[in-house]
Design a protein around this ligand. Structure first.
Ligand SMILES: Cc1cc2nc3c(=O)[nH]c(=O)nc-3n(C[C@H](O)[C@H](O)[C@H](O)COP(=O)(O)OP(=O)(O)OC[C@H]3O[C@@H](n4cnc5c(N)ncnc54)[C@H](O)[C@@H]3O)c2cc1C
Ligand code: SF4
Length: 338
C-alpha cells in the first residue's frame, strides 16, 4: 500500500495553489493513464488533486472564428461535438481512432496531451529507463523497439508520444492555454511537447505548478480535404505504429496549402516545414506526395525492430495525402454509441 493524499480543487486558483505547493502533487482528470502508472509504481504522487469539478468543460466559439476547448472536455464529447464534426472533422477522426469507447468517455482533453509513452520498459520498474529514472539508461535502444521512434531520437530515449488527438491538433496548429503561479500563458502546439534530448523525463514544456485550461483551434479546419490515417496492429484499441493527419487546400488539382503531421514516429507529433513546403503550388499527384515523404523522412533512423516504420511511414504519407486530395477521408464511422 503506497499512501497518498487526495484533494479536490474547487477553482483554477486553488488547483494551481495546491499543485505549486507540492512538487510531488499530480492532477487527476479522467485517470485513465495516471491510475495505471500509479498501480505499476511508475508514478508515486504524494498528493492527487482532483480537477474534475473545474469549469473547463465547454467548447465555445472565439473571436476570429476559432474554437476554445476546455481542458476537461471528454474525448467522446469532443469527437461528437457538432462544431468539431462539421468544422474540424480531422480532429473527430483522430479522437475516434484512439483507445476504446469506454476510455474516450473518461479521457479528458488536457490528460490526452499529457499521457505518457507506451514504451514497455518505462512501465517495467525492473528495467533501466532514462525517462522514469534519469541516468539509468535506455533499455529500448538495444531492446524490443518495434513501437519506438524513427525521428528526433536521442542516445537517451527513443520513445514515442502515443496520442492520436495530438497529431490532428499539431496539424491544425492549435494553441495550449495554461495557468500557473505567475499567471496565464499560451503555448503553440508545436512547442508544447519536447524531443527527448538529454532530458527525456520531461515530456512537455508545461512548467511545474501549471495547469492546462484549454486548447484553442484556429478558424481553418480543412473541412473538404483532410484525413487521419492510423496504421496499427489491430483495427481498434491499439496505439499507432504510424499515423498521419493531413489538411489540404486545393485550387483545382493544384495544392495551395498542404499540411501533415505524423504520429507514432517521434517523442512528439512530427511536422516538417520543408516537407510541407514541397507541396505548395504542386499538382496533387503521387509523385508530389512521394517527394514530400522523402523530405520528411530524410533523417529517419531505425533501431532494428522498428526499421520497418521508415517504409511504412512513407507509404502512409502518400496514401493519406492521396485520400485527402480525393476528398475520401479514412474514418467516418461516427455512429454514436449511447
Ligand atoms: C488501454 C488503453 C489504450 C489506449 N489507446 C489510446 C490510443 O489508441 N490513442 C490515444 O491517443 N490514446 C490512447 N489511450 C490513452 C488515453 O487517451 C489517455 O489515457 C487519456 O487521454 C488521458 O486522459 P485522462 O483525462 O484520463 O488523463 P489522466 O490519467 O487523468 O492524467 C494524465 C496526466 O495528465 C495530467 N493532467 C490531466 N489533466 C491536466 C490538466 N488539465 N492540466 C495539467 N495536467 C493535467 C495528470 O496529472 C497526469 O499526469 C489509451 C489508454 C489506455 C489505458
Ligand atoms: S525509450 Fe525512453 S521510455 Fe523507453 S526505455 Fe528508453 S528511455 Fe525509457
Amino acid at each position: 500500500m503506497i499512501p497518498f493524499q487526495y484533494a479536490r480543487a474547487n477553482d483554477i486558483a486553488e488547483a494551481v495553489r495546491l499543485v505549486a505547493g507540492d512538487p510531488k502533487a499530480k492532477f487527476i482528470a479522467g485517470g485513465t493513464n495516471l491510475i495505471d502508472l500509479m498501480k505499476m509504481d511508475v508514478e508515486r504522487p504524494a498528493m492527487v488533486i482532483d480537477i474534475t469539478r473545474l469549469p473547463l468543460k465547454q467548447v465555445e466559439g472565439i473571436p476570429g472564428g476559432g474554437l476554445r476547448i476546455g481542458a476537461l472536455v471528454r474525448n467522446t464529447d469532443l469527437a461528437y461535438h457538432p462544431l468539431i464534426e462539421t468544422r474540424y472533422p480531422v480532429l473527430a477522426s483522430a479522437i475516434m481512432a484512439g483507445a476504446s469507447q469506454q476510455l474516450r468517455n473518461m479521457a479528458s482533453t488536457g490528460g490526452n496531451l499529457l499521457q505518457r509513452t507506451r514504451c514497455a520498459y518505462f512501465y517495467d520498474t525492473a528495467m533501466p529507463c532514462n525517462k522514469r529514472e534519469p541516468g539509468s539508461g535506455c533499455s529500448a535502444i538495444n531492446g524490443q523497439n518495434r513501437i519506438h521512434a524513427i525521428l528526433g531520437t536521442s542516445d537517451a530515449c527513443i520513445a514515442t508520444h502515443p496520442s492520436d488527438m495530438c497529431v490532428a491538433l499539431a496539424m491544425l496548429e492549435a494553441k495550449v492555454h495554461v495557468t500557473g503561479p505567475s499567471g496565464d500563458r499560451m503555448i503553440a502546439f508545436a512547442d508544447f511537447h519536447r524531443l527527448p534530448g538529454d532530458t527525456p523525463q520531461r515530456d512537455s514544456n508545461l512548467n511545474p505548478g501549471e495547469i492546462i485550461t484549454a486548447v484553442e483551434l484556429p478558424a481553418k479546419g480543412f473541412v473538404s480535404n483532410y484525413t487521419y490515417l492510423k496504421i496499427r496492429d489491430r483495427l481498434s484499441y491499439a496505439f499507432a505504429l504510424v499515423s498521419v493527419a493531413v489538411g489540404l487546400e486545393l485550387d483545382g488539382d493544384t495544392i495551395r496549402e498542404g499540411r501533415f503531421a505524423l504520429g507514432g514516429v517521434a517523442h512528439k507529433p512530427w511536422r516538417d516545414a520543408e516537407a510541407e513546403g514541397t507541396l505548395s503550388g504542386q499538382p496533387a499527384t503521387t509523385a508530389t506526395f512521394a517527394r514530400a515523404a522523402d523530405v520528411v523522412l530524410r533523417g529517419a533512423k531505425g533501431y532494428g525492430h522498428n526499421t520497418f516504420k521508415i517504409a511504412l511511414a512513407h507509404r502512409c504519407i502518400v496514401r493519406a495525402l492521396t485520400q485527402a486530395a480525393r476528398g475520401t477521408p479514412q474514418s467516418q464511422s461516427f455512429k454514436k454509441i449511447l
